[in-house]
Design a protein around this ligand. Structure first.
Ligand SMILES: Cc1ncc(COP(=O)(O)O)c(C=O)c1O
Length: 441
């Protein structure tokens, strides 16, 4: 269509709108709001800023020559399959390999029950799509993964947060939340949990609690959505037993190659009870027709040709060194009233600031001081979390991590000085739970 014949934009007399299509969008898009911190992140990605904000895996340790050779061979030998449409459920060879990966966490699964997805982010989306109507309740930890909260909002679910402590989700708090929701006549669809090296809280659900939470969910006839992208990235000992290993019917398990290989392939998966698997394949077909064959076959070739377990060990060592650098720097520099946990794996430390400080209000000053983090409010559906922040240690070098913590400490100390001189300069958000416990130290 030429410029001349293109219809005029909808008239909007008397009002200036940035988006003149606003009245046409489906009501579910109301939940799709850009985070207020997005603009700051474009500044935060400048090289002079130490970003402790993003959760980007540090893939610089990958053997790019090996991956390159495997992809070259893939194109030469199987290009016409790899570049073709594939099955909606995902490549059968890869699904078998995925079962081998899950066996490391005690899961005995059949490839028929695995659906390959475009990262585990799409897995969260597909599960929510097939289970949730607007107004349905999804129970989440407090705090919870920002990407999952975005999905739940997009499907107009009501998120009910449940307290965590240093051992993960608190079973008694979960029981109470389920009873309260049921008594209010609410429909609860699932409990969304990240049991290992939680994003953003850094904590791990203890073995006893896994059993207890499964019992509670069974008794209330509520599914568990176990999201486990970090399970193989523990710093000490063997991988923990997945909840799905002890409960096949009541747990939908999500996995990903993003953190153990590379996120650019966008390959994740769902392991679901057989009937649910069928619905997920239909949902996947309507969303993408099929997950990308090329990515799946590339991941599969990597798993076949490379010592992927050895690579995960190397990743673990690299992340442990960075975790140590961050925790040491926090121990050395942070003001006494700040609190944080020491994660046993994964990418994140959750810091609770001294009382009265507001991490969201402080972020522009931190970015000016050339350090970035994610304020705790991003990880709550209800505005809670202002006194907390997530720090990621996965990407910067240990030296940069230390420098980042030094800059951050300077900003926090300035805020404390201001408070002392002028009284409260910030307003922590007080609405939320009956007994919030975001101090996970
Ligand atoms: C808890 C959790 N779930 C899901 C994802 C999505 O990962 P991907 O879509 O890359 O597999 C992430 C990414 O950071 C995450 O931390």
């Amino acid at each position: 269509m030429s410029r001349e014949t293109r219809p005029a934009r909808p008239a909007d007399p008397g009002r200036t709108r940035l988006d003149s299509y606003v009245d046409r969008y489906a009501s579910r898009t109301k939940g799709m709001t850009a985070s207020e911190i997005r603009a700051l992140f474009s500044v935060a990605s400048r090289p002079e800023v130490v970003s402790l904000a993003g959760g980007m895996p540090n893939i610089s340790g990958l053997p790019l020559d090996v991956v390159g050779d495997a992809i070259g061979e893939l194109v030469a030998e199987h290009g016409t399959v790899a570049m073709q449409y594939g099955s909606g459920q995902g490549d059968p060879v890869l699904r078998e390999q995925i079962c081998d990966v899950m066996r490391l966490e005690g899961i005995d699964a059949h490839p028929d029950d695995v659906v390959v997805t475009v990262g585990s982010q799409q897995a969260v989306d597909l599960v929510t799509r097939i289970f949730c109507d607007p107004g349905d309740v999804v129970i989440c930890e407090a705090p919870s993964y920002v990407g999952a909260l975005g999905v739940f909002r997009a499907y107009e679910c009501d998120v009910v947060h449940v307290e965590m402590d240093e051992h993960g989700l608190v079973p008694e708090a979960l029981r109470q939340a389920l009873e309260t929701c049921r008594a209010a006549g609410r429909r609860i669809k699932f409990v969304y949990t990240i049991p290992n090296y939680h994003n953003p809280a850094g904590v791990t659900l203890s073995a006893d609690r896994r059993t207890e939470i499964l019992e509670i969910c069974r008794a209330h006839d509520v599914l568990v959505l176990e999201d486990n992208p970090y399970g193989l990235l523990g710093f000490d000992g063997e991988p923990l037993r997945a909840m799905r290993a002890d409960e096949a019917e009541g747990v939908i398990y999500l996995g990903s190659f993003s953190k153990t290989f590379a996120p650019g392939f966008r390959v994740g998966w769902v392991l679901a009870p057989h009937a649910v698997r069928e619905k997920l394949v239909l949902a996947q077909e309507s969303a993408t027709l099929c997950p990308p064959a090329f990515s799946q076959m590339a991941v599969s070739a990597y798993l076949t040709k490379h010592d992927w377990l050895g690579q995960i060990k190397a990743f673990r060592e690299m992340y442990r060194e960075r975790r140590d650098a961050m925790v040491e720097a926090l121990d050395d520099m942070m003001p006494a009233a700040a609190r944080w946990n020491v994660p046993g794996g994964g990418f994140y430390v959750w810091v609770t600031l001294p009382p009265g400080l507001d991490a969201k209000a402080m972020l522009p000053r931190a970015v000016t001081a050339r350090v970035a983090y994610v304020p705790g409010t991003a990880f709550f559906a209800d505005g809670f979390g202002a006194q907390s922040m997530r720090l990621s240690y996965c990407y910067p070098t240990p030296e940069r991590i230390r420098e980042g913590v030094r800059r951050l400490t300077g900003v926090i100390e300035d805020e404390l000085d201001l408070r002392e001189t002028f009284g409260a300069t910030t307003h922590g958000v007080t609405r939320g739970y009956e007994s919030p416990n975001t101090d996970l130290s």
